[in-house]
Ligand binder design. Structure first.
Ligand code: 5GP
Ligand code: ZN
Length: 144
């Protein structure tokens, strides 16, 4: 998808309305239109990147600082919330909008939201050799 068709690029350009929290030359924080919980908002770069796998490093450095700022602001706006940050990279990870975005999701006691883990996944720890094998696979992988 190019920036021309991208819904978040349209939000950046003001072609689609959004409720902005803050913005600067590089990024924009705005409310998610389908909030999972009250306070759910998004942080995006103004430049179009699909996700963390193709994003520019200098932009990412800026974004992490602003993500922390947004987390602190949401935390200050509410009492007793935990803040979940999530980024989906790719369709199989659940990414629907193919423009890099960080979710800022307030979590409250007994809210009806969370990652779904497979049944019984903690029944046994992974054997050390298996962890070494997988770590080796990742360690030795070269970026595409
Ligand atoms: P994803 O599933 O790609 O990680 O998350 C995309 C997020 O964008 C969803 O939480 C969805 O509610 C939000 N979203 C989709 N379209 C719009 C829109 O037009 N405006 C806003 N503010 N949020 C949107
Ligand atoms: Zn875009």
């Amino acid at each position: 998808m190019t920036g021309d068709e991208c819904i978040f690029c349209k939000i950046v350009k003001g072609e689609i309305p959004s409720t902005i929290i803050f913005q600067d030359d590089i990024c924009m924080a705005f409310m998610d239109i389908f909030p999972i919980s009250e306070g759910h908002c998004l942080l995006i770069p103004k430049e179009h990147f699909t996700n963390l796998l193709d994003a520019d490093e200098a932009v990412l450095q800026h974004l992490i600082t602003k993500l922390s700022l947004l987390d602190r602001k949401v935390s200050a706006a509410y009492n007793d919330v935990g803040i979940l940050n999530a980024v989906a990279n790719g369709e199989y990870a659940g990414q629907e909008v193919p423009h890099l975005h960080f979710h800022v999701i307030p979590r409250r006691p007994n809210d009806d939201f969370g990652f779904r883990y497979p049944e019984g996944y903690r029944d046994s720890m992974a054997p050390r050799e298996e962890l070494e094998r997988v770590a080796g696979l990742i360690r030795n992988a070269t970026e595409a």
